[in-house]
Design a protein around this ligand. Structure first.
Ligand SMILES: *Cc1c(COP(=O)(O)O)cnc(C)c1O
Length: 385
């Protein structure tokens, strides 16, 4: 058993044409990054004012196909503001998969709202819209056309689907659930920039979408994030909330509410402009990597490579192995691969098992609980050839 994984590790080294440690995901800077960043430094416009922020927001909105994009300091801040934009308030409940990165639930908690954990489906690794619909049928109590959780008495104020490792959730059915139950969608598209669902970009389906440009994402600004939306008013509001609610004036400091300093610095935006130029290439390279892995995985017993479902064209941000044979031990395989200098990681610990989220409301999370032990991410840096 160990033999076949060592063999697999050898093939991964061949693929990356390297005998050294293969990281999970490294940024690729082979475009205009240096030129744009040094332009910032030379011009002195490195911080909160400068043309690259405007240009990055413009280019990003163009790519995602939304009317607007507002650049912020990181993806978590983008989620935080997105939730405020759709009206989430202290004491509300927000539906969120338990199988996500902790930031998704943290952003909900910053507002004083409560994560309400829902299950995922194996087909998409994301929110199971059909089961969610049945679940809401059970728990929703209407008060003046507003959905409340009949068990806790709290308003259900939003749903945050997350496109796991870049693969889109069942957006068609989710939108129907959102409409039927009057629950706005905030897409956590932190990992899925460039992924399309029925030909349309993820991030553009919800009332608002949040994207991350952290160092490990498909496009990085060093650290950064963005809110994307087709609603001009919400975009203006996002801009206001992320720039300390400053009222424009030639010299006076007038701020009209308590807000945030979440604006993306120009230096980071410069990096982002160059990265966006290469995004189509990154996606092609990642999709090619999936093809390469598909061949390698054929020789692994009881394991499959996750591949996109029919309606999705994925950015394949992180390559994903799914253990099909229940006798396979995830931790043993992680040990073998990491020992062989092939960086591999399990999926996140489901959030409902973390100390600060143990008490939160949740539906039956059977799929989440078994997927936790069956998923391994393997090196996913795009390979230039
Ligand atoms: C990366 C990520 C975030 C947070 O983004 P940061 O830029 O690191 O704050 C949120 N949700 C998911 C699913 C992520 O993968």
């Amino acid at each position: 058993m160990m033999k076949q994984w060592q063999e697999f590790a050898r093939h991964v080294h061949e693929l990356y044409n390297s005998v050294e440690f293969i990281p999970l995901h490294e940024p690729t800077f082979n475009g205009n990054e240096l030129s744009y960043v040094s332009d910032c430094v030379t011009s002195g416009w490195v911080s909160s004012v400068g043309q690259y922020v405007d240009r990055f927001e413009h280019d990003l909105a163009q790519f995602v196909g939304t009317k607007r994009a507002v650049a912020v300091v990181n993806g978590t801040a983008a989620l935080h503001i997105s939730l405020l934009l759709v009206g989430v308030e202290r004491g509300d409940e927000v539906l969120v998969p338990s199988l996500t990165f902790v930031a998704t639930a943290n952003a909900i908690s910053y507002i004083g709202a409560i994560p309400h954990f829902i299950d995922v489906e194996e087909r998409t690794l994301g929110v199971d819209s059909k089961r969610l619909s049945h679940y809401l049928e059970d728990i929703v109590e209407w008060r003046d056309d507003i959905p409340f959780n009949r068990h806790t008495g709290r308003k259900i104020a939003a749903i945050v689907p997350m496109h796991t490792f870049g693969h889109a959730v069942d957006l068609h059915n989710l939108q129907r659930v959102s409409e039927k139950y009057h629950i706005p969608i905030v897409e956590d598209a932190a990992e899925s920039l460039g992924t399309t669902y029925e030909g349309k970009q993820t991030g553009s389906f919800g009332k608002v979408g949040a994207i991350s440009f952290n160092g490990n994402k498909i496009v990085t600004t060093g650290g950064g994030g963005a809110i994307v939306t087709n609603d001009e008013q919400l975009a203006d509001r996002a801009k206001h909330l992320t720039t300390t609610a400053k009222v424009p004036h030639r010299w006076e400091y007038v701020h009209d509410e308590v807000a945030y300093n979440y604006r993306m610095p120009n230096l980071n935006a410069a990096l982002g402009c160059a990265q966006l130029e290469n995004l189509p290439m990154f996606i092609e390279q990642k999709r090619q990597l999936t093809n390469d892995y598909a061949k390698l995985v054929e020789s692994l017993q009881g394991v499959r490579l996750y591949t996109e479902v029919e309606e999705v064209r994925s950015n394949y941000w992180l390559q994903t192995l799914i253990l099909e044979d229940c006798s396979l031990n995830r931790d043993e395989i992680l040990q073998w691969l990491n020992d062989a200098n092939v960086m591999s990681r399990p999926i996140w610990k489901p959030l409902h098992t973390l100390s600060m989220y143990k008490q939160c409301p949740k539906m039956e999370l059977g799929v989440t609980e078994q997927l936790e032990h069956r998923i391994i991410n393997i090196p996913s840096t795009p390979i230039g050839r």
